[in-house]
Structures are given as structure tokens and as C-alpha cells.
Design a protein around this ligand. Sequence first.
Ligand SMILES: Cc1cc2nc3c(=O)[nH]c(=O)nc-3n(C[C@H](O)[C@H](O)[C@H](O)COP(=O)(O)OP(=O)(O)OC[C@H]3O[C@@H](n4cnc5c(N)ncnc54)[C@H](O)[C@@H]3O)c2cc1C
Length: 444
Amino acid sequence: MRCAVIGGGLLGLQLARKLLAKGHQVHIFEASPFVGGLSAPRDYGSFVHDRFYHVILPQDLETLALIDELGLSDRLRWSKARTGYSYNKRIHPMNGILDYLFFPALGFFQKLRLGLGLRKVRGIQDPGALYDQSAKDWLTELFGPQIYQRFWAPLLRAKFGAYADKVAAVFLHATMQRLLAARSGLAEKDSFGHLQGGYAILFRALTQDLESKGASIHLSTPIQAIQEDPSPGCNLTSHGPLGLQTQTFDQVYFTGPTETALSLAQGKARLHAQETLNAHPSGGTYLGVLCAHLVLKKSLSPYYILNLDEPDVDLTGVIEFSNLCDREAELAGNHLVFLPRYLPSDDPSFAKSDDELLPGFLTQAQKLFPSLQDKDIVSMGLERAPRVQPLPIAGNPPTQDELPKGSFRRPFQILNTSLLACATLNNNEVLGLCKKSAALFPSP
Ligand SMILES: Cc1cc2nc3c(=O)[nH]c(=O)nc-3n(C[C@H](O)[C@H](O)[C@H](O)COP(=O)(O)OP(=O)(O)OC[C@H]3O[C@@H](n4cnc5c(N)ncnc54)[C@H](O)[C@@H]3O)c2cc1C
């Protein structure tokens, strides 16, 4: 069959590999001039690395398997990832029982209750049931109102902003499970992995693999219309380097946001997009991210992640990626710090220019690190992605399973991260979704 995949992020490229393995012909359409989507690389001047920070956790077995399949295991690096917590403008380590016991924001009994609550979280068997409750109510119930206010509320505000009171408990549970699993360690405790050189090397290998197997990758070619009538088949109108073109495919897989599909699709395809949105409503509420980066001559802290409980600092956290990697080999000797700010996808800040936004990010960083001066900065820049995380909202659960039963029979199919019901957004989940989807591809 002649298949099209819309979107050249990890999901689209891996789906394409699975379709090829089944014997289908594959065309991939990517709107940007490069593949990789949210995991794509960026040129920082003296080095190239991921546009956003990415780590691989020891339990990310799908990601590790793909790295191995592509012959990149020798580029995998594991490092101890230290976590800090900034409270009252003092940074406290949060890496083990002793740090926890000395953490000043909570009293002894509160710490005990926090520890017991976290044990309960590990034991939850049916996370789907947490769709009906807000994270706020769930955490208050588990840990009590004082610990909620003191410890969890600032973290929820920093991560979810306007959605802090609405986000479903299922999402927070998934985030906690992911981090707790990394800490209990299937591999080395608290080890975070990354590819030396970033995801760029994985996308290079994926592209070579796809092209060697006959896939066509059309870059700078956004799909502008999806038309399922008259069936069978699906017409795609693209606007690429060759101008406007309409082609017919037997099957089309769309990996971008469902609302984008809804805006492009007509006829039966539009109906399917609307049904997908109704069945997986997290696709209607996205968190986006504005993420500044600082290339620095000096380190800001020894922590990879710095969580923030600082009401006057408008950042989700501070990620010092250079604390995980070999700076000489990967960052031309520099330090690389990310300053993410998660926002609702319709926040007006997304329309502002880098020049308007960057000074604000620097001011926030200087509130945390007053010794940071202009002379320490080699360069700074900004990445923006208004649609990153489909957000489950309490009381609005999915009404269908992740994937249909049987096989993908219809010519137009939406396969994106909004289908991941009880998971956080990460590449391991994306690859897991591809694997499950492959079992549903029809025979050629
Ligand atoms: C700040 C940040 C930190 C992260 N950290 C981690 C981490 O530590 N570990 C981890 O595993 N994951 C992490 N992730 C998540 C990871 O980046 C995602 O899991 C992954 O990129 C999702 O891939 P995707 O293909 O589903 O979507 P995307 O990467 O969003 O790709 C979708 C693609 O579709 C294209 N597209 C959309 N519409 C059209 C159209 N009409 N025509 C053609 N093309 C179109 C887009 O241009 C895009 O390239 C992080 C993400 C962010 C933003």
C-alpha cells in the first residue's frame, strides 16, 4: 500500500520504519526544514545539541532498544543526575535520605508523611482511575493540606501555571512513577542517560535507515489539506519546494496535534479528527514551552534539575545540561543551561519576539543566581513550542482505548501523543505507541 506519514518527529519516523518493515511504500511529510520535531537539534554556534533538554532513563527500554538497533549504543553516556530545590533563594540538595531529612521547608512529621505518601503512590495499580480527580485534590488527600501547600502547590504552579488546579491526578502520578522508577534504579541509581552529541545522531541514523529502505522524506513540506472523500484512499495537499501538490495515498497517519488535523481535514477525515478529539480530550488542551538557553563560561549550580519554590521567579525550573555531559567533547567546553517556562498553548507570549522575551528570562535567572553577569554569557537564545504536552484535565477522561481493536482500516488515522492515556510525554512512550500501532497496520 502507498502510505503517508505526516510529521517527521520521532513518532512519525519510527512509524514509517514500522510501515516499511510490513512491506508498505512510505512518504513522510515534515513542515520544518529538518526532522526531529521537539527532539530536533539546534546549532548553538560552537556546538550542536538538542533544541530542548532530553535525557534517557534506565527504564526507557524502547528508546534503548532503538539506539541499539541503530548501532548507537557506544554513544550512550550515563551520568549521576543531581537534583536541587530552591526555596527562599537558597538551594538545597534533594538526592537522598540525608538531604531530605535536612530539608528546611518541611518539619519532621511532614517529612514522614511525605515519605509514606510516596510509598502509596508506588503501589497504585489502576492509574486510569485517577482521571476523575484533580492533582490538587489527590495530593491533598495523600499528603495532607499542609504538605500540599508547602511542597506540591509551588511545583504544580511552576509546571502547569493556569492549569495547576485542573490537571488530572493521572498525569502527576505518571510523572512521579517515572522519576521514582529512575531513582529506585533498574540500572545505576539516579543515572540519567543521553546520546553523546544529542538526538541529532539518532535522527541522522534514522533518516539514513529510512532512505536506504526506500522511504521518501519531504522536508519543508507542510500538509495543508487532508481529504478522505471520495474513498477509498486519502488526498493530501502539500506545499513544498515544488509548490502546491495533491497526491492520493491508501493510508495516511497524522502525528501532529489533533487540533491541527481538525483544521486541515475535510469530509470523513474531519469527522475522524473530531471523534479522536472527543475520545482523547487531552488533545484539546496543550501546554507549550518557551525555553531560553544560556551558553555560559561558568556553572550555575552542581544540579541537573533545580526545582523552584520561589513565588517571584517565573520559570518552571532550571536545567543545567552541562552537569550531565562531557563539556569538552559535546559543548566546546561551555556550560549549557535551559530556562523553561511552561505556558498554555494560547498564551500571548508565544507571539512575542526573542528580543522581547530574552531579557525577562535573564532577569529570572539572576534572581536565583545573583552572581550571573553579562561577562559570563557566551550566548543566549530561545526555543518555543506552543504545543508540547497534551494535558489530561480532571473529570475529562478518554472514552476509548489508546488504539482501536483489530487493525487500522480507515484511510486516515491520527496517531499522536494525546492517545497516551496514563503517561508523561517522553520518547520511550512515543516508541511504545509505535510498537503497538505496528501490530494494527493492514497487510500490503
Ligand atoms: C522541553 C522538553 C523537554 C523534553 N524532555 C524529554 C526528555 O528528557 N526525555 C524524553 O524522552 N522526552 C522528552 N521530551 C519529549 C520529546 O521531545 C517528545 O516525546 C517527542 O519529541 C514527541 O515526538 P512526536 O513525533 O510525537 O512529536 P513532535 O516532536 O512534536 O513532532 C511532530 C512533527 O509533526 C510536524 N507537523 C505538524 N503538523 C504538520 C503538518 N501539517 N505537515 C507536516 N508536518 C507537520 C511538526 O513540524 C513536527 O516535526 C521533551 C520535550 C520538551 C519540549
